[in-house]
Design a binder for this molecule. Structure first.
Ligand code: P1T
Length: 433
């Protein structure tokens, strides 16, 4: 498909909180001349808007049947015309047509040269961490998904990769923590579960500057909470983007998956090597589900953002709540940076109960529409207690979470119903407003 520049894609109108600077989303700075699988620009979609790419990138009607969806390609192996003479596919762990379609589509959304799909977010992260060698050092956020820290600390630590947890919003602290052996800086923004914001462009400058030590490190950004609809880390200077596609990209709580994207072809080749050599690849059906979810990402995110902004306001005015963590609130320390680098503030909201853990546990069991469950980013609203659930693995680490904290994944249900549900649960621990 080829075409003229699309409209801006900013007419979505779903944000009640407003004030976003839209720079850089549609122009994207895409590279051209890439014809590998998982590389989007062979589809000639550079000029199209986000929603158009989400629906069409890599997904032309089937050449044989005209089917408007790419067929689910289940074969594990592919006939060769002669030894070594295959048609792009040999064995399905190495490459699969449905996976290639997904990789192309998501790479187009991130403005990447190439994307690689994995069996889970942690599988994707592990492949990226394989770029490191024993003796290398990496900086990790003081606030990140517990499983990410567990992977770095308990899998890669014993293999000789050292790490230092740092507040990545404090660039002086980042500079001070960089060592000559620092090869990678891992960022999450907004972070899980505290919704902290990192200035990606500023951090990239420090990380790549690395001039203090005569070398640059790689900046990896976990873009799971923001999604490429709200934030494009590669355009802001990050080297690698990772995702748990289990979350907003899949969007329907029915698939576990991961994704890596980069603009550097050689680095993509290295990660593709690990993808094949380690083998944490998603099934074709899982790829199909993520592809299907990604088509509606933009409209879902608009609603997630609108509902989350309303929820944050309601929480902020309830006497049972001590603190609301949502980058859309003007009081959030990362608000200005988020308004600059994101299209919207996202669908995740965390808050601390004045009544501490006892109150948090009571609220978590009292909501009806907000289901008590781990995970996030799907159409239904979820509530969870990070200290005992998603972040229990970091309870005794520098990433330990306040036991009075609750995290909400605000879904796309009717906003008023969500507010009523939260209010009745909060009233049980803080008295009616
Ligand atoms: O669960 P998996 O697909 O392997 O993704 C791991 C992961 C990576 N990065 C972020 C920011 C994440 O939030 C996650 C998974 N998080 C949860 C399951 C959760 O409830 O927070």
């Amino acid at each position: 498909m080829t075409g003229p520049g699309a409209t801006s894609g900013f007419e979505s109108g779903g944000f009640e909180s407003g004030g976003f600077e839209s720079g850089g989303f549609e122009s994207g700075g895409f590279e051209s001349g890439c014809f590998e699988s998982g590389c989007f620009d062979r589809w000639g979609l550079e000029g199209w808007g986000f929603e158009t790419r989400a629906i069409h990138a890599g997904q032309e009607p089937d050449r044989v049947t005209g089917a408007v969806l790419p067929p689910l390609s289940l074969a594990t192996t592919y006939a060769q015309d002669a030894v070594g003479a295959h048609r792009g596919y040999e064995y399905s762990r190495s490459a699969n047509p449905t996976r290639a379609t997904l990789e192309t589509a998501l790479a187009a959304l991130e403005g990447a040269r190439r994307g690689l799909a994995f069996a889970s977010g942690l599988g994707a992260e592990d492949a990226v961490l394989h770029l490191l060698r024993p003796g290398d050092h990496l900086l990790v956020p003081r606030d990140a998904y517990g499983g990410t820290y567990r992977l770095v600390d308990r899998v890669w630590g014993p293999l000789g990769v050292a790490h230092t947890p740092v507040d990545l919003a404090d660039l002086d602290a980042v500079r001070a923590a960089l060592r000559p052996s620092t090869r990678m800086v891992w960022a999450e923004t907004p972070s899980n579960p505290l919704l902290n914001i990192v200035d990606i462009a500023a951090l990239a400058e420090v990380v790549h500057g690395g001039v203090v030590h005569g070398q640059g490190a790689l900046l990896v950004v976990d873009n799971t909470f923001a999604t490429p609809y709200l934030q494009r880390p590669l355009a802001l200077g990050a080297d690698i983007v990772v995702h748990s596609t289990t979350k907003y990209l899949g969007g329907h709580s029915d698939v576990v998956g991961g994704f890596v994207a980069t603009r550097d072809g050689a680095r993509a080749d290295e990660i593709a090597f690990f993808q094949n050599a380690i083998g944490a690849v998603p099934s074709p059906f899982d790829c199909y589900l993520v592809l299907r979810g990604a088509k509606t990402l933009a409209v879902r995110m608009d609603r997630h953002c609108g509902n989350a902004a309303a929820v944050a306001d309601r929480l902020a005015s309830h006497p049972a709540v001590g603190r609301v963590l949502y980058p859309g609130l003007a009081t959030h320390p990362g608000h200005q940076v988020a308004a600059r680098q994101m299209r919207g503030f996202g669908g995740m909201v965390s808050f601390v109960l004045r009544g501490g853990e006892t109150a948090a546990l009571e609220v978590a069991r009292s909501t009806e529409l907000f289901t008590l469950a781990e995970s996030l980013g799907a159409v239904e609203s979820l509530i969870e207690h990070p200290h005992r659930m998603t972040h229990s693995s970091v309870a005794d680490s520098p990433l330990a979470v306040d036991p009075g904290l609750l995290r909400l994944s605000v879904g796309i249900e009717t906003g008023a119903d969500l507010l009523a549900d939260l209010t009745q649960a909060l009233d049980r621990v803080g008295g009616p407003r």
